[in-house]
Design a protein around this ligand. Structure first.
Ligand code: FE2
Length: 158
């Protein structure tokens, strides 16, 4: 959904991200550690849902950092009821729920649901997948905001 994607927002141009990025790179195989790093960062540099564009019935993708080899930090603001189609990710995927409630459906690569029940993620919870050396896209899932929500995402191609 490229048309929902916004450039690096001004309030983030002033925030230091280098230390967070290098620590995430070191700990990317450990989901709880990455979650703690993001929580510490957001405690020190609070964000407010109103800083990010609201799109009725959908979500905005706000890039806060990206490099030229596929490492990306994003913040998404979701309107209640917004859903993604099924989609997959590269080697590293991390989503920290800052605010709200996200229902996640996880699928096998054949498209069948992997979990009998969808997973519910609320404030402080996270979605994490790291499969290095995996050559095809993976972690096929959907996300559905049950309330207005804010999420902090980290993606990497390796
Ligand atoms: Fe995703």
């Amino acid at each position: 959904m490229k048309n929902n994607t916004f450039d690096i927002i001004d309030s983030f141009k002033a925030k230091p991200l280098d230390e967070l990025i290098s620590k995430i790179e070191e700990k990317k195989h450990e989901g709880p550690e990455v979650n703690a790093l993001i929580e510490q960062y957001l405690d020190a540099h609070p964000i407010n849902i109103e800083e990010f564009p609201k799109i009725d019935g959908s979500y905005s993708r706000n890039v806060i950092y990206e490099d030229d080899v596929g490492f990306q930090l994003l913040i998404t603001r979701w309107s209640s009821g917004a859903k993604t189609p099924e989609h997959s990710h590269h080697d590293f995927l991390f989503v920290h729920v800052v605010e709200g409630s996200i229902k996640e459906g996880i699928y096998r690569k054949t498209g069948e649901p992997l979990e009998a029940k969808p997973q519910h993620h609320t404030e402080g919870d996270y979605i994490f997948s790291y499969e290095p050396d995996y050559t095809t896209p993976h972690h096929l899932h959907t996300m559905h905001a049950r309330t207005d929500s804010l999420c902090f995402h980290v993606y990497s191609k390796n």
